[in-house]
Design a protein. Structure first.
Length: 128
């Protein structure tokens, strides 16, 4: 019985440790990234897209609809919790789901009742 109880506590501790490590989502977006629609850019080598999302974790900023040509961007702050990035800009809130370490899905759009879901692939900004 003691051995069974010890095994149970050991298994529970391992599961809790694993869950804690999986919820450390900030590691997934450390550094500066552009997130671009998958149809816009096929590889990092082709990196000359119009980015849709931009993250700078050091500054805790993001930009949505960033266009280098026009230098237009909505900037704001974001937090990461339970695999979802909550980004706030100009009194708007965007919910961005972290699908894996290279893919995001943004829930948003003009109609809050029927949000659109757009998937993005993360590309690290090439060093210049």
């Amino acid at each position: 019985m003691k051995r069974l109880l010890a095994s149970f506590f050991c298994l529970t501790a391992l599961l809790l440790l694993s869950a804690c490590q999986q919820n450390d989502d900030t590691n997934l977006i450390s550094g500066t990234y552009y997130a671009v629609n998958d149809t816009t850019v096929s590889s990092v080598g082709d990196f000359d897209p119009t980015p849709y999302l931009w993250f700078d974790t050091a500054e805790k900023k993001f930009a949505y609809g960033l266009d280098k040509e026009v230098s237009y961007a909505e900037t704001g702050s974001y937090t990461v919790k339970d695999g979802v990035i909550i980004a706030t800009s100009n009194d708007k809130e965007y919910r961005i789901e972290i699908l894996d370490d290279k893919t995001l899905a943004m829930l948003g759009g003009e109609d809050p009742e029927h949000p659109t879901r757009t998937e993005f692939v993360l590309y690290e900004e090439p060093a210049q």
